[in-house]
Design a protein around this ligand. Sequence first.
Ligand code: MG
Length: 307
Amino acid sequence: MSIRERLPDRVTVVEVAPRDGLQAEERIVTADAKVAFIERLVDAGHRVIEATSFVSPKAVPQLADAEEVVARIPRRPGLRYVAFAPNERGLDRALAAGLTDVAFFSSATETYSVKNVGRTRAEVLEALRGLVSRAKGSGLRVRAYLAMAIADPWEGPTPLETALASGQRLLDLGIDELAIGDTLGSGTPRQIQELIAALLDRGVTGDKIAVHFHDTYGQALANALAAMELGVTTIDASAGGIGGSPFAKAAAGNLATEDLLWMLQGLGIETGVDVAKVADAASWMCGLLGREPPGRATRALAGHQTP
Ligand code: MG
């Protein structure tokens, strides 16, 4: 069977640049720029965008204007915005903002859980029990991140059974989507497939699984391909490849949306997203951030436009 025959016909790209991307950038951009960025991503065809985080402005000053941004972004049927909410207060704010989706954090490893949110995995799970129930009861679609699902910088490789059990516990809370995070970015396709296959073996359906890869070791695109081969059709990516993890110092940027779109386009997999428009938006944003876009396709496409 050819590679194309083993892959899905359509993939949903979850655009995480406005939240996961911008929160990790040193330079803070204005609310105007964030709104314009999201407008451009919508215009490029994105239909699921992680728009902001309702986190404390002290913890993440980059997104201190969350309310203003979400009040001004275009809303229309079929366009979903995900808000990241770290706690009850964050969920209150997400509900008040009237977004469609909420995302919660958890870690497969204890060290990262404590370092990132100051709570053990058990404490996070206990808090999520209430948060997920409230979010679902309020009509929100719920995704939960499972960070460090493959390895973490302090503990080394995450045992498959540990990641699997953590993922299963989140799914048992009634979430709509488990976003498997290779936060460190060290995972390779075999590890990705082993974890996804183990979830599928336990009866989890492919539509409940999303993947969130970091490109630290240059494996993100290969890992996305590996995930698709097992039926995963929801892939996180960040325009230009901006951002990453602000806490795991070793972790480099997110998988660049343009790199992913370039591969998907070449494979004839539908996304509805225009790679050139995303590259334009990302190049513009990277100009404001005062940096080169880390995404390879982003830079290649920008280069083609230079006379
Ligand atoms: Mg990320």
